[in-house]
Ligand binder design. Sequence first.
Ligand SMILES: Cc1cc2nc3c(=O)[nH]c(=O)nc-3n(C[C@H](O)[C@H](O)[C@H](O)COP(=O)(O)OP(=O)(O)OC[C@H]3O[C@@H](n4cnc5c(N)ncnc54)[C@H](O)[C@@H]3O)c2cc1C
Length: 471
Amino acid sequence: MTYKAVILGAGPGGAVLARDLAQNGIDVTIFEQNTFKQLGHDWSDAVEVSALKAAGLEMPTLKGLQWKGSLVKEMPGGSGVFEKHAVPRLRVYSPGKKSYKDIEFKMITTDRRRLSQVLVEQAEAAGAEIKYRHRGKGLLFRESGTETLEGLEVYGLTVQNIETGEEIKAEADIVIESSGFQSILRKSLPAYSGLADPFEPGDFALVHREVRPYRPETEAEIIEPGSAAEIIPDHYRYGYNTGYQWTHIHNEEQIDVGAGVKSDLPGVDPKDIIEDFIADHPAIKEGQIRGGRSLCIVGRPLTNFVARGFIVIGDAASTSVPTTGCGAGSAIYAGLWGAEVIIEAAAEERNDLEKLWAINRKFYLESHRGPSFAALSELRIMLQTLTHEELDFLYSQDLLDAVTLQNAVNGCFTPPGFAKKLKSLRGGLARPSILVKLNRAITSAARVYGHCRNYPPAWDAEAYRQWKARL
Ligand SMILES: Cc1cc2nc3c(=O)[nH]c(=O)nc-3n(C[C@H](O)[C@H](O)[C@H](O)COP(=O)(O)OP(=O)(O)OC[C@H]3O[C@@H](n4cnc5c(N)ncnc54)[C@H](O)[C@@H]3O)c2cc1C
């Protein structure tokens, strides 16, 4: 028998998954609504170095503050995957810029159009079929009548050819939803599956970023903190307007300026935040070179990614870092794990819930991602209730210290130890109400983290029901 996989969406998650399936002789087709040239985004994202390495990309090496390697853009606007300027350390400012911490930044600035194209080229070279300009509409599934997850079987999807209008029913042994936060496929399943819940407005940030010409004319424009002309090199202003604002230098001529805020925050537009920043920094010039804006998923990850014949990965499963919205790395990891799970299932000609459960195990038990992201989601919600002044205080007292910020920015949650809690207590005495809030959030996040570490290792309807209810 031919084991056949179909994937909706040629983002980084779907492309890596297709590549690895095809390399292992599994018949795989991706349906993608865009064209090859439109893949990804017209800007460069900070993507986890470890994920890109795990995907097998030839990673550059660091020489001072520059990346060197075959995939690095040789000149501004070049065709490489990685921008030249490296950000091994990132300066994280409090919202009022009253204090800052320098942290290790485990990301590399990556051209998201080129990255998507390279990964899709690899998938095609391995034998995957990509059908562009096809829009997914919903899943084909059967129900046993028991109204339970185990009574549900996905056996394909419906897609529409955007050019001709023709509707196609594509049957398959396994369907992978990798279509980003719109998650059109899983939402077509019945509510009792637990997979169909829509994301809420509070699960999103609205993010705007622009690549601008960058011509610092004086030393002061580059390094002198506090001057009107200051360019703060490679910084986050974390907690600003319920989100953050940043700059990342790309090369000697271009800089990425961006901001994100809670998507349902009335009257605050991230574009205005960056316009204000640019107005204060004359080394950033007029004229957008690249850029765009969109919602960005920052909610808690799904608690289950599978049904019989079906897997959800990437933004469709809300696996981005809740404290930054960086999701390309997680989508790549999910693509790699999804391929491993499907290859093993296909070898036994299986696609059942028990077999596919392995991807949940990888996310919640074998990696820190599930527990960390669920816990960071708790922290994010609390931090978004604090004023700038309160956040400035937490930074200045080191209650939000470099380790906590470094972990939050890089997508890790480390439950604070006893000594650290005591330190928090001493520093917070001047503002007991904030201390109570912070302690409550950290305790709650730590409990969520611990609970996720007890995720059911194998499919067991009752164990999963109880685990989810307790979460
Ligand atoms: C402004 C902004 C800035 C960001 N910055 C960063 C960053 O710095 N670092 C980072 O790691 N992440 C960042 N992200 C998030 C990142 O883009 C996503 O987390 C990542 O792309 C998720 O990958 P994915 O494969 O799950 O989905 P996507 O990359 O969203 O890919 C989904 C694919 O599915 C296709 N598709 C969608 N619906 C359908 C349909 N119905 N039929 C057919 N095809 C469909 C889409 O066209 C797309 O090609 C940012 C996002 C935004 C909006």
